[in-house]
Design a binder for this molecule. Structure first.
Ligand SMILES: *[C@@H]1O[C@H](CO)[C@@H](O)[C@H](O)[C@H]1NC(C)=O
Ligand SMILES: *[C@@H]1O[C@H](CO)[C@@H](O)[C@H](O)[C@H]1NC(C)=O
Ligand SMILES: *[C@@H]1O[C@H](CO)[C@@H](O)[C@H](O)[C@H]1NC(C)=O
Ligand SMILES: *[C@@H]1O[C@H](CO)[C@@H](O)[C@H](O)[C@H]1NC(C)=O
Ligand SMILES: *[C@@H]1O[C@H](CO)[C@@H](O)[C@H](O)[C@H]1NC(C)=O
Ligand SMILES: *[C@@H]1O[C@H](CO)[C@@H](O)[C@H](O)[C@H]1NC(C)=O
Ligand SMILES: *[C@@H]1O[C@H](CO)[C@@H](O)[C@H](O)[C@H]1NC(C)=O
Ligand SMILES: *[C@@H]1O[C@H](CO)[C@@H](O)[C@H](O)[C@H]1NC(C)=O
Length: 616
C-alpha cells in the first residue's frame, strides 16, 4: 500500500571538518513520482528541474524543494505561486499526495481542467486563482470535508457552481470566470459576499447585489453537468409567474437587510463570535476534531480533555477552536517569539504572539500580569484581548494594527515606491509613543520597568481615515517579569551592561534611542553603525560605536547640525527647531547615568512643548 516506505541512506561528507555524519532519509516514492510528473510537464520561471532533486522531504518535517513542505516525511504543502507555471496539469497527478493540506498555484499561466482532488481529504487550502483553467468546477470538491479556503477567481471556468456545503469553508471566491446559473442555496454559499461571485457570465441568486434568479426553478442537483440549462425557463402561465416574482421580491426585501445586519454584526468584533456560534447552533454544526488542525500552534496546544481555554480580559468573541482553525501568517519573528496575523472566521483579525522562552512562572503570576497589562487601556497601546497559558505554550492575543511597524516605516522598502516619512508624521509618532509610555509609567507604577521592550519594531502603526493622519501604538509591553531580560530592549541599556538594577529609567533610555532613530533614520542594528569607517564622513566621529546615542553624540560634537538628519527630512528646514529640541530630548534620555535622565512625565510634556512652540 502507500505506506511502502523506502529508506535511503545519505552520507553527508563534510569536507571542511573531515568528519562524517549519517542521516537516514525516508520518503514515499509515490509522492515523489507525483511531483516528478508535475515537474516534467510544466515550465516556469523558476528552475524546478534543478531544484526538485533528491527526496522531497530531507528531514522529517522539512523540505529543500521550492514550494514543498513536509510533515512526518509526507508532502503536506505544494505551493508554487507567481512563477508563470505554464502547461496543463497531468490528470490525477495529485491523487498520491494523500496528506496534502495546502495546494496553491495562484497567479500562473496554467490551462486545461482544474485538478482532480478526489480523496485528498486533508486539503484545507486550495488556491488556483489567476490562471487560465477551463471547464467546470469538479463536483468532487464538495466532498473535501476540511476545505477552509477555496480561491478559483480569475480563470476561464464555466458551468454551474456545485453545492458546496462544508461548514469549514470560510473563504470562497469564484469571481471573474464564465460561470452561470443559480448560486446553490446552501447556507455556506450564502455566507459569501457579492465580490466572491462578481464578474461571471450569468450567475444569479439571493446574494445582495447579484441579480436574483428569475424564477425559483428546481434546486440544482449535486454534481450537475455544465450542460444543464443555466437559467430555468419561464413559466407558461403569466399569473403563476407573477406570484413567484412577488414572493421573490418579498424574500429579497427580507434578505437584504438581514445580510447587511450580519455584516455589521460580524465587523463588530465584540459580538462576532457569539453571532457565529448562534448560527452554528441553528445549523447544528459539529465542531471539527482538534487533531486535524494544522494551525501553527496546534501541535502543542493539543488539549484532548478540552480543559484549556483562552482567557479574556473583556467579553469573549472567539474561542480556542476559532483560533486554531484560523488562517495565520507570520508577521514578525523576534527574540521573544513569533507573531502571527490571524484571521478569524468572522472576519476579525488579531495578532497572536507566541512566547518562545519564558521565566519559570506560576500560572497565577502569569494570569495576574496579563490582567494588569490588559487593564492599561489607551489609544496608544495595542490592546491585549486575550491570552492562553499552558505549560508548553503561552500566547498573547493583541488587537491587530494593520499598517506595519515604525521599524518598517523607517528602514524597509527603501527602493522605488517608498513612501517617505515626513517630519510631521515623525513628530506625531514621537508624541504618541511618549503618551503611551507615560500612561504605562502611571498605570504600571508597581513594575520595575513598565514597558521593558520599547524599540521601533514594537511600535505599530495605524493609518487613520481622517486627515491622512496616523496613530502609533506600543506593543510587547510589560513582559519583563515573564521573559529573560537579555531578550528585551532594556537589555541594551548601559546600566544592564554594567550589571546594575533596572529601573523605569531604562524605559526612558529606550525612548531616547527611538527618538534619535526617528531623527537620524539610522537603524540601531545596522552594521554600518558599528563600522568605524562609516563615521569618517561625520565630523568628530571616530572609533567603534556602541549604540545610536554614542554615534549621535560623536557626530554632533557639542554642536547640533543637520548633518545627522535622515535624508528624507533634511529638506524640511521649517522643522529644524523641533528636530533640534527633540534631538536634545533624545540625548538627555540616553544619558549614561539613569538618575540623570528625565522622568517619562517630564519627557512627555517637553515633547508636547516642542510641538506647540513650532505650531505657534
Ligand atoms: C499512485 O501510486 C501507485 C503506487 O506507486 C501507482 O501505481 C499509481 O499509478 C499512482 N497513481 C497516480 C494517479 O499516479
Ligand atoms: C531549492 O530552492 C530553494 C529556494 O527556492 C532553496 O532553499 C533550496 O536549497 C533549493 N534546493 C535545492 C536542492 O537546490
Ligand atoms: C513533525 O510534525 C509532526 C506533526 O506535524 C509532529 O508530530 C512531530 O513532532 C514533528 N517532528 C519534528 C522532528 O519536528
Ligand atoms: C503574479 O506573478 C507575477 C510574476 O509572474 C508577479 O510579477 C505579479 O506581481 C503577481 N501578481 C499578483 C497579483 O500576485
Ligand atoms: C509565461 O510564459 C509564457 C511561455 O512560457 C510566455 O509566453 C509568457 O510571456 C510568460 N508570461 C510572463 C508574465 O512572464
Ligand atoms: C477523479 O479521480 C477519482 C479517483 O482517482 C476518479 O474515481 C474520478 O473519476 C476522477 N474524476 C474525474 C472527473 O476525472
Ligand atoms: C469586475 O471586472 C471589472 C472590470 O474588469 C473590475 O474593475 C472589477 O474590479 C471586477 N470585480 C471584481 C470583484 O473582481
Ligand atoms: C474575489 O476576487 C476578486 C479578484 O478577482 C477580488 O476583487 C474580490 O475582492 C474577492 N472577493 C472576496 C470575497 O475575496
Amino acid at each position: 500500500m502507500r505506506i511502502s516506505v523506502a529508506s535511503i541512506i545519505v552520507v553527508l561528507v563534510s569536507l571542511s571538518t573531515q568528519s562524517f555524519a549519517f542521516e537516514v532519509n525516508e520518503f514515499y516514492p509515490e509522492e515523489r513520482d507525483a511531483l516528478m510528473q508535475l515537474r516534467d510537464v510544466v515550465s516556469s520561471t523558476s528552475n524546478l528541474h534543478a531544484n526538485w532533486t533528491g527526496p522531497p522531504c530531507n528531514k522529517k518535517n522539512q523540505s529543500r524543494w521550492a514550494g514543498i513542505a513536509c510533515s512526518d516525511w509526507h508532502v503536506t504543502h505544494l505551493v508554487l505561486e507567481g512563477i508563470n507555471l505554464t502547461g496543463s496539469l497531468p490528470s490525477r497527478f495529485l491523487q498520491n499526495l494523500t496528506l496534502l493540506s495546502k495546494l496553491s498555484f495562484r497567479n500562473n499561466s496554467l490551462h486545461g481542467p482544474l485538478p482532480n482532488l478526489t480523496n485528498l481529504l486533508r486539503l484545507e487550502f486550495v488556491f488556483l486563482s489567476r490562471n487560465q483553467f477551463l471547464g467546470s468546477i469538479p463536483s468532487g470538491y464538495i466532498d473535501l470535508t476540511k476545505l477552509t479556503k477555496l480561491e478559483l477567481q480569475e480563470n476561464d471556468l464555466s458551468g454551474q457552481i456545485p453545492p458546496f456545503d462544508q461548514q469549514s469553508l470560510i473563504a470562497f471566491n469564484v469571481s471573474n470566470n464564465k460561470l452561470e446559473g443559480p448560486i446553490p442555496d446552501t447556507p455556506v454559499l450564502q455566507r459569501f459576499p457579492k465580490s466572491s461571485y462578481a464578474n461571471n457570465s450569468a450567475l444569479c441568486g439571493g446574494i445582495p447585489g447579484l441579480i436574483p434568479c428569475p424564477i425559483a426553478g428546481p434546486p440544482p442537483a449535486p454534481g450537475m453537468s455544465p450542460a444543464s440549462p443555466p437559467i430555468p425557463s419561464r413559466g407558461k402561465n403569466g399569473s403563476v409567474l407573477k406570484s413567484w416574482s412577488i414572493a421573490l421580491i418579498a424574500a429579497a426585501a427580507v434578505l437584504v437587510p438581514l445580510s447587511v445586519f450580519l455584516i455589521v454584526v460580524c465587523y463588530n468584533r465584540r459580538v462576532c463570535g457569539k453571532r457565529i456560534k448562534e448560527d452554528r447552533e441553528l445549523q447544528g454544526e459539529v465542531y471539527r476534531d482538534r487533531k486535524g488542525k494544522q494551525s501553527q500552534w496546534s501541535e502543542s496546544t493539543n488539549d484532548p480533555e478540552g480543559t484549556l481555554q483562552l482567557e479574556f480580559l473583556d467579553k469573549p468573541f472567539f474561542d480556542l477552536d476559532d483560533l486554531l482553525r484560523a488562517a495565520a501568517e507570520v508577521i514578525g519573528r523576534g527574540k521573544l517569539g513569533t507573531t502571527y496575523k490571524t484571521m478569524l472566521e468572522c472576519g476579525s483579525v488579531v495578532a497572536v504572539k507566541r512566547l518562545k522562552e519564558t521565566n519559570a512562572l506560576s500560572r497565577k503570576e502569569f494570569v495576574q500580569q496579563m490582567h494588569l497589562l490588559g487593564n492599561a487601556k489607551h489609544e496608544n497601546l495595542a490592546e491585549i484581548i486575550s491570552f492562553y497559558n499552558s505549560k508548553e505554550e503561552k500566547l498573547i492575543i493583541y488587537e491587530y494594527v494593520p499598517d506595519g511597524s515604525l521599524f518598517s516605516l523607517l528602514h524597509e522598502n527603501t527602493g522605488i515606491g517608498r513612501r517617505p516619512l515626513d517630519w510631521n508624521t515623525r513628530v506625531k509618532i514621537i508624541e504618541d509613543i511618549a503618551k503611551g509610555m507615560d500612561l504605562l509609567h502611571h498605570r504600571l507604577a508597581s513594575q520595575a520597568v513598565p514597558h521593558g521592550n520599547l524599540k521601533s519594531s514594537n511600535v505599530v502603526i495605524q493609518r487613520l481615515n481622517v486627515g491622512n493622519s496616523i496613530r502609533a501604538k506600543l506593543t510587547d509591553y510589560g513582559l519583563l517579569p515573564l521573559v529573560p531580560v537579555d531578550k528585551l530592549s532594556v537589555g541594551r541599556t548601559p546600566e544592564f551592561r554594567e550589571g546594575k538594577k533596572l529601573t523605569s529609567k531604562a524605559d526612558v533610555y529606550c525612548f531616547g534611542i527611538i527618538v534619535l532613530e526617528i531623527v537620524t533614520g539610522k537603524d540601531l542594528t545596522s552594521p554600518l553603525l558599528s563600522s568605524p569607517s562609516s563615521l569618517g564622513s561625520n565630523k568628530g566621529g571616530r572609533g567603534y560605536t556602541r549604540d545610536l546615542s554614542v554615534w549621535v553624540r560623536a557626530a554632533l560634537n557639542n554642536d547640533w547640525s543637520p548633518d545627522i538628519l535622515d535624508m528624507e527630512i533634511v529638506g524640511e528646514k521649517e522643522g529644524y527647531d523641533q528636530m533640534l529640541r527633540l534631538t536634545e530630548i533624545g540625548l538627555e534620555c540616553t544619558h549614561e547615568l539613569p538618575e540623570r535622565r528625565p522622568k517619562m512625565t517630564q519627557v512627555l510634556s517637553r515633547v508636547q512643548d516642542a510641538i506647540i512652540t513650532q505650531t505657534n
